[in-house]
Design a protein around this ligand. Structure first.
Ligand SMILES: [Cu+2]
Length: 162
């Protein structure tokens, strides 16, 4: 009877250990699927050296925390912001702006009176800009572009594109 029962007990123990091992793996896989990446990785590292006698198995994968940490994708492709010109006190400020071809200028009326930004040669015309309104124009060709306010012609400015 002893010779028969011993191997049976051993089989039961092995089966129990295997079941616990598989249950542990199952739980880890669940944790790994449910978000926070640092916790399951830590759990797996602690888990393997404990359960497997051959600790070299656990150490053979010196996990430098694999991936899953890079979340912020920088948007490097967005164009540079427009140069801004403030319209206030019957002046364009700065009166002269220099941009590169393909760049743009954004005029904003920061005063209380209505103004326009109007190209001397009719390339652009914002129309009336009341207080707080703005107008943006993109310059694709190099050159010097004088402009003025159609309501107050003494207000002048220049956009230089090079
Ligand atoms: Cu004006």
């Amino acid at each position: 009877m002893r010779d028969l029962s011993r191997p049976l007990k051993r089989k039961k123990i092995y089966f129990f250990v295997l079941t616990v091992f598989l249950a542990g793996m199952f739980l880890i896989s669940i944790f790994a699927g449910s978000g926070s990446a640092s916790l399951p990785v830590l759990g797996a590292d602690a888990f393997f050296p404990l359960m497997v006698d051959n600790s070299s198995f656990g150490r053979s994968t010196p996990s430098p925390t694999p991936t899953a940490t890079q979340t912020a994708t920088p948007t490097a492709t967005s164009p540079p912001p427009c140069k801004t010109v403030s319209i206030a006190d019957f002046n364009f400020s700065p009166a002269s702006v220099t941009i590169k071809a393909g760049g743009c200028v954004k005029w904003t009326n920061n005063g209380s009176f209505t103004h326009t930004t109007t190209s001397d040669t009719g390339i652009w015309n914002s129309g009336s800009l009341t207080s707080g309104q703005s107008f943006t124009f993109t310059f694709n060709s190099k050159g010097t572009y004088p402009y003025f306010c159609a309501i107050h012609p003494s207000m002048t400015g220049t956009v230089i594109v090079n």
